[in-house]
Write a protein that binds this ligand. Structure first.
Ligand code: B4P
Length: 191
């Protein structure tokens, strides 16, 4: 596996966070998840957390200004110099362009975008199961459906954005976590 600056794209519940954690251990690079950063800010009741809380609970996207600043700060830290797994950022074209600019400025362009595809009813079932286990406030059926619509409208266009740069590799996301991890490793091994 040669790529170390990797973006994971996928609908809510597609397994981005799950696979990102595994891949980070394999590659020894940090996991950069805007969702995790925002949830930490909400829990710590910071100014960003206070602004993000209601938006996240409604399943909508937090403002570009907030997430771009969070991501810039994190990717500028020394441990991200050797690579990173981006999970949940970018989520729209404005964020994708901001990321490109930042990575050019850091001299470290993105090397791969892995898109994980899962059928929508399976996504709902996974997130409802997580709701039982973890109780995340945005994992209820109504909000899950809003998050999926937001994904289709805002994030799906990024597939062609990264395809046109020849960075995209598409992964079938149904199956066990181990099976999908193997598909990801295979896709990263391919030139
Ligand atoms: P995220 O934290 O990114 O939440 P998510 O899309 O639900 O994905 P997550 O990574 O948690 O789930 P995963 O697919 O791994 O964002 C939450 C909110 O933060 C957003 O709605 C938004 O408000 C805000 N936000 C974050 N980034 C933003 C940005 N850039 N711009 C604006 N707003 C932003 O997995 C889900 C479940 O499936 C897990 O329980 C897992 O165990 C299970 N699972 C995984 N793989 C499986 C498999 N193969 N089989 C069965 N189950 C599986």
């Amino acid at each position: 596996m040669s790529a170390r600056r990797i973006l994971l794209l996928g609908a809510p519940g597609a397994g981005k966070g799950t696979q990102a954690e595994r891949l980070c251990k394999t590659l020894g690079v940090p996991h950069v998840s805007t969702g995790d950063m925002l949830r930490a800010a909400v829990a710590a009741e910071t100014a960003v957390g206070k602004r993000a809380k209601a938006v996240m609970e409604a399943g909508q996207l937090v403002s570009d200004e907030i997430v771009i600043a969070l991501c810039e700060e994190r990717l500028s830290e020394p441990d991200a110099r050797g690579g990173f797994i981006l999970d949940g950022f970018p989520r729209n074209l404005v964020q994708a362009e901001a990321l490109d600019e930042l990575l050019v400025a850091l001299g470290a362009p993105l090397e791969r975008c892995l898109a994980v595809h899962v059928e929508s009813e399976e996504l709902v079932q996974r997130l409802l199961k997580r709701a039982e286990l973890e109780g995340r406030v945005d994992d209820n059926e109504e909000t899950i459906r809003v998050r999926m619509r937001v994904y289709e409208a805002e994030t799906e266009p990024l597939l062609s954005y990264y395809r046109s740069r020849d960075l995209l590799r598409e992964i079938a996301g149904a199956g066990s976590i181990e099976e999908i991890a193997r598909r990801i490793e295979e896709a990263l091994g391919r030139p």
